[in-house]
Write a protein that binds this ligand. Structure first.
Ligand SMILES: Cc1ncc(COP(=O)(O)O)c(C=O)c1O
Length: 450
């Protein structure tokens, strides 16, 4: 088999022997040994440029010295104490900082958790408690996590929910706008209006607006392929929420913290949400998440409805405060915008050369590159995307897919210009190899699922 290295292969299969398949998103046999910034080294010493950024959890880069040092200092003082009972100065300071990060005036509070999934469960709980209503409207294509609440609001992969139901009741999914695949001659306005009609259909037929607690949306959908809806659409659904006492909640777990070129991706729309879920990069991948919400909403639940032994853990909180320092001091949101434009220009050049590169969607250092049969048909080509990411791996890039056929471009925001240039040199070779039919995919990789 055309695997790259023996030790990686051996460990990869040892992992498959012992970890339940549900915990393995199978790509290629990379086993990570260490990482710095945007660079990852595998167990055999081979280096890669990381275009996955640990699934957008590493906006400040791997092992950022300021983050590592903050964690080391905290470990020497206090590793853990259940902050629900007796909290600590590090967690207290972080809570204040995060509450002040929410867009808009007015007091906000936070509820800590340990994963993005539990933060989205929290959104469902707070929204129901604050409104006394039960329904949640979310979007087809969304990924919100894999606890029961998060699974129930998500809708991007049937395997996630197959065999595990019944799910949390009273969730309604509506389609998410797609500006790439649409009817002939539709303008962005036409598309926005068509999807607005889809959004309204449940409310006009079976869903009383006064029974809806919240709308939960990823302002830029991540796992469906980095998709940004028209601003006109976002504003229309926000206005509808405002008019009907429905809370507007945003999932910023993938797209927040500078990833999309703003601290929060909802800032692209100038909307001040009622509730935000954050995780992943908030503590450089350490297990920390938070719901950030308006004061009255956050006061709606009683003791213990949303509290976790390790929620707001001091080592994670120390990492998180350091992450916020780095995002501010290294101006990572601005860098994401500038370098994202640069990367977009490189992708557009490649798109002009290769007919299998369909849409290039880039919002900051944050891209979804559609691999299609051809530009005319726009038919998704999952197999082509699998070949491309495998060759990229062989040539030293960590690159995976979204939604089957979309290349996921989410490097740590600290990636250097030099590294970006290396990335595009390699990608050009990879695309050329694919065009010339030179890539052979190992059998084991023919069933890549995502
Ligand atoms: C948008 C979004 N929400 C929620 C989650 C779930 O976060 P976690 O895996 O930390 O539970 C993810 C993870 O990929 C995500 O991308």
């Amino acid at each position: 088999m055309a695997w790259e290295n023996d030790l990686g292969d051996q460990l990869f299969h040892q992992n498959m022997d012992n970890v339940a398949p549900t915990g393995i998103i199978q790509y290629y046999n990379l086993v990570v040994k260490e990482a710095r910034g945007a660079e990852v080294t595998d167990v055999e010493g081979k280096q890669y440029i990381d275009l996955l950024g640990s699934a957008s959890a590493m906006n400040v880069g791997h092992n950022h010295p300021h983050v590592v040092e903050a964690m080391q200092r905290q470990i020497n003082e206090l590793v853990s104490y259940d902050a629900g009972y007796f909290t600590n100065p590090t967690s207290i300071a972080l809570a204040e900082r995060l509450a002040n990060l929410a867009p808009g005036d007015g007091k906000h509070k936070v509820a800590f958790g340990t994963s993005g999934s539990d933060a989205n469960d929290g959104i469902i709980k707070f929204a129901r408690a604050a409104t006394g209503r039960s329904y949640v409207v979310s979007f087809e294509g969304s990924y919100h996590g894999s606890t029961f609440g998060a699974l129930s609001v998500g809708a991007c992969d049937v395997d996630m929910v197959r065999k595990v139901g019944p799910l949390v009741p009273n969730i309604v999914h509506v389609p998410f706008p797609d500006l790439y695949r649409h009817y002939p001659n539709e303008t962005e306005h036409d598309i926005a209006m068509r999807y607005l009609a889809d959004f309204m259909r449940p409310f006009n037929t079976y869903l009383p607006a006064e029974e809806v607690a919240c709308v939960l949306i990823e302002p830029i959908q991540g796992d469906s392929g980095i998709i940004k809806p028209p601003a006109e659409y976002m504003h229309a659904i926000y206005d509808f929420c405002q008019e009907n006492g429905i809370l507007f909640a945003v999932d910023e777990i993938n797209q927040g913290l500078g990833r999309a070129g703003k601290m929060w991706s909802i800032e692209h729309f100038g909307i001040e949400p009622d509730l935000i879920s954050t995780g992943k990069s908030i503590a450089a991948g350490m297990p920390l998440s938070a719901v950030i919400g308006k004061d009255d909403i956050m006061n709606s639940l009683g003791t213990s409805a949303h509290v976790f032994t390790a929620g707001g853990n001091p080592v994670c909180a120390a990492a998180s405060s350091a992450v916020l320092d780095v995002i501010r001091d290294e101006k990572l949101a601005e860098k994401s915008t500038i370098d994202g434009e640069y990367a977009k220009a490189q992708f557009l050049k490649l798109q002009a050369r290769f007919d299998f590169i369909g849409d290039v969607r880039m919002f900051g250092l944050n891209g979804g590159i559609e691999i299609v049969k051809d530009k005319e048909s726009k038919i998704p080509d999952n197999d082509a995307a699998a070949h491309i990411i495998f060759r990229a791996f062989q040539k030293g890039l960590i690159l995976v897919k979204l939604a089957g056929n979309v290349l996921r471009f989410q490097p740590p925001l600290v990636i250097t210009r030099d590294q970006l240039d290396q990335v595009f040199t390699i990608l050009e070779e990879v695309f050329e190899d694919f065009k010339q039919n030179k890539i052979e995919l190992p059998d084991e990789l023919k069933n890549m699922v995502w």
